[in-house]
Design a protein around this ligand. Structure first.
Ligand code: BG6
Length: 457
C-alpha cells in the first residue's frame, strides 16, 4: 500500500498550486496513493485551505471531484517557517510527528524543495540538524512498518551556476545517501520524453541507424507562447539558458545521444547520459530578448537577460562526430511546441528523374500532438517516378486516450516507488552546468525579437 507524508517546502509558491497539489490530487483520484498527509511549509502567513483552493483551477479535469478535494483538505496542514531561523524547526518536527500519529502514517516522507535553489542548503542543513530528515536507506526499523523511507526532492534549477550546484551537492551528499535524493526535471516525467530510451532500445530498427553514418542533424525545439508569467525576479537572474537549456534541453539531448546502457535502469542510464555531457562542445550561440521584456515587473530596465537562445553543438565521440545538434528555446514565440527532429541523410538517388529532395525525418513530438512521426518518401499514385513525402505516425492520445498522467504525477509516483530513472544524478547536474558555462554571454550580441515571432533567425 502506498502511503506517505508530503512536506512541501515553499508551499506558497507557484509550483505548489500549479503542479504539486494537482499532481497529488491525481495520485489520490487514480488510487496510486491510499494514505497520505500534506504539510505545506513557507514563510508567509496563509493557511492550507487557501493553497488548495488556489490550486483548483490548475487541476486538468472537466469536473473536479469534491471528495478528493475534501480529502486533500482534511489531510493537509500549514506551517509557517522562517527558513533561516533554526529555533523554528523544532515545532515543525513536532507537527510532522503529530500528523503522522493522527493519520497513522508513521513511515514514509517526501520532502519537496519547491523553493529557489538559494534556500536548498540552509533548509537541508536545518532539516538534518533537527533530525527531521535522516540519512538512511529504507532499512530503518520502526514499530509500525518495516522499511520506512525519507526522500528529498529538489526542484530545478539545481543551483544557479556550476559553483553553487557543487556546493549544494557537497552539502546534501554529506547528509543523505544519493538514493534518497531526487533532483527533478519535469521534462523527464513527460510521456514522450520517457519514450525516447524505451523506443531506442526496445526496437531493433533504430540503433543501426542512430549514428553519424545515417543521421544528418538533430534539432531540439522547446518553444513557448507564454512569457515570464509574473516571475520577473527569478527569470531575470536566470534567463533561457539556465531556465531551459541547462536542464530540460540537455536532458533530452542526453537521452537522444547516449550509448546503449547495460540495462534500462536508473544507474545504468545515468552512467551513459553523463558520458554524453562530457563530450559536448558548443560551437555557436544566438541570444534574443523579446521587445518589452525590460518593462516587465521585477525586471531590471537595463536587463541583458536572454529570453531566447539557439545553440549549435557537437558531441565529440565516435557515434556523433560531425553531426550538428541544434537547440532552440524561447518565450513569447509563435507557438507552444516541444519536439525533437532527427533528420537522416539523403540517400543516393536511383531514380531516372524526380529525385526526392526531402530526407527522412523522425519527429518526436513531446507536445502538443504527442507521438512519433516518421517522414518517408512514397510514390505518387500512377505510372510515375515521382515521390512525395508521407508521414507514418504513432499518435499517443489516439492510442492511449487523452488522459495520460501529467509529468509531476508521474514523477511523484516514481519518488513514492523509489525509482530514480527519471531523476538527475549529481554528476549529470554538474556536467550540464559546465556545458552552459562554455557560453560567454558578455561576448554575444543580444538581438531583439517581436512577441509572437519565431525568435531570432
Ligand atoms: C519550467 C520553466 O521549468 O518549464 C518555465 O521554469 C517554463 O519557464 C516551463 O515555462 C515549461 O514547461 P512545460 O511543461 O510547460 O513545457
Amino acid at each position: 500500500m502506498n502511503e506517505c507524508v508530503f512536506i512541501i517546502l515553499g508551499a506558497t509558491g507557484d509550483l505548489t498550486k500549479r503542479k504539486l497539489i494537482p499532481a497529488i490530487y491525481k495520485l489520490i483520484k487514480n488510487k496510486k496513493i491510499e494514505k497520505f498527509a500534506i504539510i505545506g511549509v513557507a514563510s508567509s502567513p496563509t493557511d492550507i485551505n487557501t493553497i488548495i483552493e488556489n490550486s483548483k483551477e490548475f487541476i486538468s479535469e472537466k469536473k473536479i471531484d469534491i471528495n478528493v478535494i475534501n480529502s486533500l483538505k482534511n489531510n493537509s496542514y500549514y506551517y509557517r517557517l522562517n527558513f533561516y531561523n533554526t529555533s523554528e524547526y523544532q515545532d515543525l518536527k513536532k507537527l510532522i510527528e503529530q500528523v503522522e500519529l493522527k493519520h497513522s502514517l508513521v513511515c514514509n516522507k517526501i520532502f519537496y524543495f519547491a523553493t529557489l535553489p538559494e534556500h536548498f542548503k540552509i533548509l537541508t542543513e536545518n532539516l538534518a540538524k533537527h533530525k527531521i530528515v535522516e540519512k538512511h536507506e529504507s532499512t530503518h526499523q520502526c514499530s509500525k512498518c518495516k522499511h520506512p523511507w525519507s526522500r528529498i526532492v529538489y526542484e530545478k534549477p539545481f543551483g544557479k551556476d556550476l559553483k553553487s550546484a557543487k556546493e549544494i551537492n557537497k552539502c546534501i551528499s554529506k547528509l543523505f545517501y544519493e538514493k534518497q535524493i531526487y533532483r527533478i526535471d519535469h521534462y523527464l516525467g513527460k510521456e514522450l520524453v520517457g519514450d525516447i530510451a524505451i523506443a531506442r532500445f526496445t526496437n531493433t530498427i533504430f540503433e543501426p541507424l542512430w549514428n553519424n553514418k545515417y543521421i544528418e542533424s538533430v534539432n531540439i525545439t522547446l518553444s513557448e507562447k507564454i512569457g515570464i508569467e509574473g516571475r520577473g525576479k527569478f527569470y531575470d537572474e536566470y534567463g533561457a539558458i539556465k531556465d531551459i537549456i541547462q536542464n530540460h534541453a540537455l536532458q533530452i539531448l542526453a537521452l537522444i545521444a547516449m550509448e546503449q546502457p547495460k540495462t534500462l535502469t536508473a544507474q545504468d542510464v545515468r552512467d551513459v547520459k553523463s558520458k554524453v555531457f562530457k563530450k559536448v562542445k558548443i560551437e555557436k550561440t544566438t541570444l534574443g530578448q523579446y521587445e518589452g521584456y525590460t518593462q516587465e515587473q521585477n525586471v531590471n530596465p537595463e536587463s541583458k537577460t536572454e529570453t531566447f537562445a539557439a545553440i549549435k553543438l557537437y558531441i565529440n565521440n565516435k557515434r556523433w562526430k560531425n553531426v550538428p545538434f541544434f537547440i532552440k528555446t524561447g518565450k513569447f514565440l509563435d507557438k507552444k511546441e516541444s519536439l525533437i527532429t532527427i533528420t537522416f541523410k539523403q540517400i543516393k538517388c536511383l531514380l531516372p528523374e524526380h529525385c526526392p529532395t526531402d530526407s527522412n525525418k523522425l519527429i518526436i513530438k513531446i507536445e502538443p500532438d504527442e507521438g512519433f512521426y516518421l517522414e518517408l518518401n512514397a510514390k505518387v499514385p500512377g505510372r510515375t517516378y515521382q515521390t512525395t513525402p508521407v508521414i507514418m505516425n504513432f499518435c499517443h492520445s489516439c492510442l492511449f486516450g487523452p488522459n495520460t498522467p501529467a509529468a509531476y504525477e508521474n514523477l511523484l509516483y516514481d519518488v513514492i516507488n523509489g525509482d530514480q530513472f527519471a531523476f538527475v544524478r549529481s554528476d549529470e547536474i554538474e556536467l550540464s552546468w559546465k556545458i552552459v558555462e562554455q557560453i560567454d554571454k558578455s561576448k554575444l550580441k543580444l538581438y531583439k525579437y517581436r512577441k509572437g515571432s519565431t525568435g531570432v533567425n
